[in-house]
Design a protein around this ligand. Structure first.
Ligand code: DHK
Length: 147
């Protein structure tokens, strides 16, 4: 059976392409979604790709993933460093979580060095720009392959 992977994107990632391209790259979120769809198709996985600027919306989507998805790939953006509630939702969904960042937060300002999501993630991919999304989908499928 195909692995079902939910890819979530947090606040401000709808601005990719124009938002600090020297840090986040020049690709738009729609272009990154297309890369993800291509990767999922190649791996025979089902992909649900979403973005919200609202913490509660992301939390609702994570709750709905319980029992309906096999893994969650999440770029929590700024919520990475602030949201205990997002972390709790990820625990509650009882799915493997892959944390993802376009940039490498550890090379940036100290307030980006800590992550609530890392505490509950199976692993973290960061610093590889949009390529990180395809790496994360590959990792999610590896973790969840359903025989
Ligand atoms: C995206 C953001 O919006 C930041 O708040 C994070 C992350 C890093 C990224 O690199 O994708 O600190």
């Amino acid at each position: 059976m195909a692995s079902r992977v939910l890819v979530l994107n947090g606040p401000n990632l709808n601005m990719l392409g124009t938002r600090q391209p020297e840090i986040y790259g020049r690709e738009t979120l729609a272009e990154i979604e297309a890369l993800c769809r291509e990767k999922a198709r190649a791996l025979g996985a089902e992909l649900d790709f979403r973005q919200s600027n609202h913490e509660g919306v992301l939390i609702d989507w994570i709750h709905k993933a319980r029992g309906t998805q096999d893994a969650v790939v999440i770029n929590p953006a700024g919520l990475t460093h602030t949201s205990l509630s997002l972390m709790d939702a990820l625990i509650a969904c009882e799915l493997p979580v892959i944390e993802l960042h376009l940039s490498n937060p550890h090379r940036r300002e100290p307030f980006r060095h800590d992550s609530y999501v890392s505490r509950v993630a199976a692993g973290t991919i960061c610093g590889f720009g949009s390529h990180g999304y395809t790496l994360a989908i590959e990792a999610a499928v590896r973790l969840t392959e359903r025989g």
